[in-house]
Ligand binder design. Structure first.
Ligand SMILES: [Zn+2]
Length: 239
C-alpha cells in the first residue's frame, strides 16, 4: 500500500478516537449525575414530608389550646349554672354548654386526624431515609468506579495523542495539509472505505476507473463526488 495512504488511514483513525474521548467521559459522568439526582430527589421528598409534619403539629397545637379554653369555659358554665335562677338563663347556659361540647368534639377529631397524618408522614420519612442511605452508598461506589474508569480513559487518551504525534512527525506537510483541508468539512469521515464500489462518505457509486485505483492502493484516490480520501476496505480484502 502507498505509504502516504497508510498514514492517512492511521491518522483518521486516531483523530476519530480522540474525538470519541469526550463523549465517553461524559457518558461515564452521566451515570454519577443520575445517581446523585436520585439522592437529591429523595431528600427533597423528605423535606416536603417534614414540612407537612411541622404544619400538622402547628395545627394540632392550636386545637389543643382551643380545647384548654373550652374546658375552662365549661367549668365556668357549671359554676354559673348553680347561680342562675330563671328558666331563660338556664336555657341560655345549656345552649352555651352544648356548643362548647360540640367544639370540643370537633377539636378532638381534628387532633386525631392530625396525629394520623403526622404518623403516616413519619413512616414515609423513615422509608425514604432508608432509600437515601442506599442511594448514597450507590453514588459512592459509582464515584469510585468512575474515577478509575476516567483514569483509564485518560491513560488511553495519552497513548493516542502520543501515537498521533509520532505519526505526524513522520508525515509530509503537504499530505497533512491536504488531509486537514478535507477534514475541515468532512470531520471524522475524511478518510473512508469503499464498499460495494461506493464511497462510504457520500454513499455514491464510484466509476470503474476510480474503483480500480482504490483497489490497487498505489496512490491517494479521492471520491469524484465528494472529494473524501478513499481506501480499500480491509474486510473486502480478506474476502
Ligand atoms: Zn464520496
Amino acid at each position: 500500500m502507498n505509504k502516504y495512504l497508510e498514514q492517512l488511514i492511521a491518522l483518521s483513525k486516531l483523530d476519530k478516537e480522540i474525538d470519541d474521548f469526550a463523549p465517553r467521559i461524559a457518558k461515564v459522568e452521566k451515570m454519577l449525575k443520575l445517581s446523585l439526582d436520585k439522592e437529591r430527589e429523595l431528600k427533597l421528598q423528605v423535606e416536603t414530608f417534614a414540612a407537612d409534619i411541622a404544619d400538622a403539629k402547628l395545627k394540632k397545637g392550636k386545637n389543643e389550646a382551643h380545647l384548654a379554653e373550652l374546658s375552662a369555659k365549661l367549668k365556668d358554665i357549671s359554676k354559673k349554672s348553680a347561680l342562675v335562677k330563671t328558666a331563660k338563663e338556664i336555657k341560655a347556659l345549656q345552649l352555651e354548654e352544648e356548643i362548647s361540647k360540640e367544639q370540643c368534639d370537633f377539636a378532638n377529631d381534628e387532633i386525631n386526624r392530625l396525629d394520623k397524618i403526622i404518623g403516616l408522614k413519619q413512616t414515609n420519612i423513615t422509608t425514604l431515609e432508608e432509600k437515601i442511605a442506599e442511594a448514597s452508598s450507590e453514588s459512592e461506589s459509582i464515584k469510585t468506579s468512575i474515577d478509575s474508569q476516567i483514569q483509564a480513559i485518560e491513560e488511553e487518551r495519552k497513548g493516542v495523542y502520543q501515537a498521533k504525534e509520532e505519526l505526524l512527525s513522520d508525515m509530509s506537510q503537504k499530505i497533512l495539509t491536504f488531509y486537514e483541508k478535507i477534514r475541515k468539512w468532512a470531520g471524522n469521515s475524511t478518510v473512508v472505505p469503499v464498499k460495494k464500489q461506493a464511497c462510504y462518505g457520500c454513499f455514491m457509486r464510484i466509476n470503474d476507473k476510480t474503483y480500480a485505483g482504490v483497489m490497487k492502493q498505489d496512490d491517494i484516490v479521492t471520491c469524484p463526488h465528494c472529494g473524501r480520501i478513499l481506501y480499500k476496505e480491509i474486510e473486502e480484502a480478506k474476502a
